[in-house]
Write a protein that binds this ligand. Structure first.
Ligand SMILES: [Zn+2]
Length: 348
């Protein structure tokens, strides 16, 4: 399988994040992608390329221009507040919750940090934009290569993307790579695209981006938001709106779910996707369903990821994999590549 690797990912390297009331070392660290890359090389699972250049127009078809303007210049604005800020990551402190306005763009940088985010777990660093932008390029080129005839391609990048909405960051995510891949496929002529999110956490950003559209079916398997992040979205009754009614599908599962029940939900999800008759599939590949994950609650084992890859191959669709979560760092490489190897073997 072809891998599009973001060799600038380590430019995004948060130091600490807010977790249950205290600042703790970041869970989303560069070593995650390094372990996946090392395992891909060890097994020799196809070519590994880094896009030299890419057409970035699709990014502004997924994300709002005022959000992209903010993100591009955020670090410089943060340091302009106080030169000492160059030594510490940027975090929001205020959020425009219900009854506040979100149409006004305040001049204050801290106010805009809150306007364009929804949690304090996602440090913005000096290299965040560069890393996220190069990662979006990997998603774009992965989609283009699949359109050009590759059976599948894997965008190996971080920061992840599926929590990022059209105009907000959060959940360690800044640009929604899966949505960018899906939109790239659409723009190049795929009439219908399915996005399947198998990260432990609901892909709230992806859902929101496509919620009123019938051309992109979004299906997500995840920990029940009643108890699991991101809490405020991901319930089974969210089925799309307007033209998109019926084209969003959530399959929340209780904390503690093991592979047998998880796989039954995957079978259900894939049946829904088959009925949609998509031209291509985008998989938000999170590995935080693993039993050893420090911030999640399912109990999948490493061998289970081979079966997942095989199940996904049986869908028979041109497929773009996009790397999302997975914080059991020492195992994330084996688990991610197990999915890809299972897929490659299943695809024959
Ligand atoms: Zn996750």
């Amino acid at each position: 399988m072809l891998t599009l690797y973001n060799d600038r990912h380590a430019l995004h390297h948060g130091q600490r994040e807010m977790f249950r009331g205290e600042m703790v070392p970041c869970f989303e660290i560069p070593a995650r992608a390094d372990f996946v890359l090392a395992e891909l090389k060890r097994r020799g699972l196809g070519a590994i390329e880094t896009p030299a250049a890419f057409d970035d127009a699709v990014i502004a078809r997924v994300h709002a221009p005022r959000y992209l303007d903010f993100l591009r210049g955020a670090w410089d604005e943060w340091v302009a507040l106080d030169p000492a800020n160059a030594q510490r990551d940027a975090f929001p402190s205020y959020w425009p919750i219900r009854t506040f306005r979100s149409d006004v763009l305040p001049a204050s940088f801290p106010a805009r940090m809150g306007l364009f985010s929804y949690d304090a777990g996602s440090p913005l660093t000096s290299g965040t934009w560069a890393a996220a932008y190069a990662g979006a390029g990997c998603a774009i080129v992965a989609a283009q290569r699949v359109l050009a005839g590759e059976r599948a391609a894997f965008a190996l990048t971080r920061p992840p993307g599926h929590h990022a909405g059209a105009d907000f960051f959060g959940g360690y995510c800044f640009l929604n790579n899966a949505a960018i891949a899906a939109q790239t496929l659409r723009d190049a002529g795929a009439a219908r695209v399915a996005v399947l999110d198998i990260d432990y956490h609901h892909g709230n950003g992806t859902q929101a981006i496509f919620y009123e559209r019938a051309d992109v079916l979004v299906t997500s398997l995840h920990g029940d938001p009643h108890t699991e992040y991101p809490y405020y979205l991901g319930y089974a009754d969210e089925q799309g709106a307007g033209a998109g009614k019926g084209f969003n599908r959530n399959l929340p599962l209780p904390r503690g779910t093991g592979f047998e029940a998880w796989r039954a939900a995957l079978t259900d999800a894939l049946a829904g996707i088959a009925a949609f008759r998509p031209d291509a599939l985008v998989v938000s590949l999170g590995l935080d369903t693993f039993a050893g994950d420090p911030i999640a609650g399912f109990t999948l084992q490493s061998d289970d990821y081979l079966r997942i890859g095989e199940d996904l191959a049986r869908a028979g669709l041109p497929t773009v994999f996009v790397f999302e979560g997975g914080y059991a760092v020492a195992e994330v490489g084996v688990n991610a590549v197990n999915v890809l190897e299972g897929f490659a073997e299943g695809a024959g």
